[in-house]
Design a protein around this ligand. Sequence first.
Ligand code: C2O
Length: 543
Amino acid sequence: AEDRYHDFVVQETQVKRLCNTRKIITVNGMFPGPTLEVNNGDTLIVNVKNKAKYNVTIHWHGVRQMRTGWADGPEFVTQCPIRPGGSYTYRFTIEGQEGTLWWHAHSSWLRATVYGALIIHPKDNASYPFTKPKREAPVILGEWWNANPIDVVRQATKTGAAPNTSDAFTINGEPGDLYKCSSKSTTVIPVAPGETSLLRFINAALNAELFVSIAGHSMTVIGADASYTKPFTTNVLMLGPGQTTDVLINANQPPSRYYIAARAYASAQGVPFDNTTTTAILDYVCSCSNKPGSSIPPALPTLPAFNDTSSATAFTAGLRSPDKVSVPSPVDESLFVTVGLGLFNCPRGRTCGGPNNTRFGASMNNVSFQLPQAYSILQAHRQGVQGVFTSDFPSAPPVRFDYTGNVSRALWQPAQGTKLYRLQYGSVVQVVLQGTSIFAGENHPIHIHGYDFYVLAEGFGNFDAKADASRFNLVDPPMRNTVGVPVNGWAVIRFVADNPGVWLVHCHLDVHITWGLAMAFLVEDGVGELQTLEEPPEDLPLC
Ligand code: C2O
């Protein structure tokens, strides 16, 4: 195992997209930011210098951060932000994870442009569970705003309205040539005829779940969220923001150029979304005489319709652990958590931009999560500072109702607070995540920091404890760090609370976390050094 040092300079950089030139926030002037490649077991030491005019933090999405919660990154949760002019060194070890993860800013909506791939190879001399192709490439899906995303969210927060949707989707930072002014703004991924390549898909989009297809090529999925999967072949991937999927593709078609295309899976009714398609080009590299000239446009794949729930469900149902696993049991902590939108009353004497003069909100178990400001939660926990958070996040919603039906207006207004749920070290935790249709039913890609978990089952309608328990996959459930709770449906996850610290749980649609669709687990220290959160680094930013 090695120590891998990197310098990240967060700075303003001028880029041109969709006919406009704009200054965006980048790492090291790159968009997307640098790809980090490590081996399982390596330690990453990343010095982040903030030369931008915004507060920033960096989150290493999906990294378990065993005992190193200080390096996790969500602002006001595990650290205070790095102020303009400040710096912080993130130091953490990759323990037992292989595949594709990523890193992104975890402060306001900065992650719109501040993100990059984190690729984890097996330890030296260890092998992959598949024949490692010679060629591989990260394929990072993102979103582009013509406006400054920080202004977009500030404006929406001020008025209580829904923020504007993005102006384009992107692949490796480029919208692709179906958008205006973008013929040169297209990512090209070279493949060798007859050879297999590994593509590492990452959904870094802010507010969209995405379908992906490649013209003329099927994909064999071999991993997701840096856990290997049982290989399965599919023409369509569906990734919620935060999720990754590793696939093998065989360049076995006539030498040519083929589009890789992605567009939104928008499950919500009546909520605006961007219905455009981003493309990259899969380019057969050869001096083959039968390859069509570059003036002939590549073939487009067929993508599912934006509301094609069954294609999305078919994809997620295909994900399985490679072998039989031992699902932790019996359950010590059983939570039933509703996830959904809400609408706050407009403060008296003001006008609000939400439906019927309300402000948009969102909640888990009717609690709309608020970040503290004077301390990070982890620091308050470690130092015993009172008044920063409470430990009374409810293990069930305050009232039971038909979550997926027409929900009475009386239930639309959540409570606000910084409520955590305390877990004993080592307890086995099961969470039923139940989507609600308050205001609108929607998919919610729920991410847990500091943990991977098994997804035991997913379904539609109201979760039924008796009937649905028989559907749990206790044989080969997939391991993930982000689970898509289906629209008007539910998902059940299970994990062992073996990582002490404070771990944010939230919807990875940034618009929803902005509205408060979050909570956090506080996992107590266990016994001895291996079960105890480390001391905070000396340069930990304070508020
Ligand atoms: Cu990928 Cu809390 O984030």
